[in-house]
Design a protein around this ligand. Structure first.
Ligand code: NAI
Length: 284
């Protein structure tokens, strides 16, 4: 199936980045949000990032203009009726997402693929609320979308080979590298990353080393660009805890038990960079 017209739903951090990248690579993109202000903010962010790329010589002025011409903004979800692909990037909440997918199933054309950028919710369960589970798939972009090369493509239990192939081709067209993943808690990215972060927190909790020293070990010893505790602060400690809980519950295995220190910090409101304090302190 050839994808030409795309709708991205949710104009937040992720959705605006996804819309920008799709538009840059020639897709006609409608960016949708329930909130006008979110659309304005998303649009301003896209314009700013494209202008910066032109300034830095990474993008020609005409390419920037072409990308902007490919974009339109709407609060009307029924405009999905003209789209071949819908990529959902709204809040990480199963009820909110399944309500949206039920609505999309009604308004999107029969041939359209419905994708979710969820970082932790099961694609199989989202697909099950639609009448087209074979055309529902996960497209897990990384943050910040215009910079990060990876897209985890998550196949739900009923996702068809045709759907997978169309999304793999589309991912390559927007110059990202697709990786095929089956639908299990945390997919690959968070299943590997989060237990490492959780274990780093345990080493601090058990007094093995300070946060600075844990990060130094992983940066200088393992060549990680950023230590796990710095990364946890950037991701948000509440998000880290939430994903550990998804792994713990999903697999029922005590190896995914969230560290009590992580719980304590989240309860204290120490959420990392966004709240000014996590394993480190920040001036926001
Ligand atoms: P965000 O909070 O920045 O943006 C969400 C947007 O969705 C908001 O503008 C909100 O107004 C809008 N929205 C909420 N309900 C809606 C609805 N029913 N219809 C239309 N718009 C609606 O969230 P963010 O960080 O962009 O995350 C979005 C999704 O991407 C989540 O599922 C998250 O788990 C996933 N994700 C986030 C990553 C991150 O680093 N922030 C990384 C990878 C995936």
């Amino acid at each position: 199936m050839s994808i030409k017209q795309v709708m991205v739903i949710g104009a937040g951090q992720m959705g605006a980045g996804i819309a920008q990248v799709c538009a840059q690579y020639g897709f006609a993109v409608k960016l949708n949000d329930i909130a006008e202000e979110a659309l304005d903010k998303g649009k301003a962010g896209i314009e700013k990032r494209l202008a910066r790329s032109v300034e830095k010589g990474r993008l020609a002025e005409e390419e920037k203009q072409k990308a902007l011409d490919n974009l339109s903004f709407t609060t009307d979800i029924t405009e999905a009726s003209s789209c071949d692909l819908v990529i959902e990037a709204i809040v990480e909440n199963m009820d909110v997402k399944t309500n949206l997918f039920k609505k999309l199933d009604e308004v999107a054309p029969e041939h359209a693929i419905l994708a979710s950028n969820t970082s932790s919710l099961p694609i199989t369960e989202i697909a099950a609320v639609t009448n087209r589970p074979s055309q529902v798939i996960g497209m897990h972009f990384m943050n910040p979308v215009p910079v990060m090369k990876l897209v985890e493509i998550i196949r739900g239990l009923q996702t068809s080979d045709e759907t997978y192939q169309s999304i793999k081709d589309m991912t390559e067209k927007i110059c990202k590298t697709p990786v095929e993943v089956n639908d299990f808690p945390g997919f690959v990215s968070n299943r590997v990353l989060m237990p490492m972060i959780n274990e780093a927190i345990y080493t601090v909790y058990e007094g093995v080393a300070t946060p600075e020293d844990v990060d130094t070990v992983m940066k200088l010893g393992m060549n990680h660009p950023m230590g796990p505790l710095t990364l946890a602060d950037f991701i948000g400690l509440d998000t880290c805890l939430y994903i550990m809980e998804v792994l713990h519950e999903g697999f029922g295995d005590s190896k995914y038990r969230p560290c009590p220190l992580l719980r304590k910090y989240v309860k204290a409101g120490w959420l990392g960079k966004k709240s000014g304090r996590g394993f480190y302190t920040y001036e926001n």
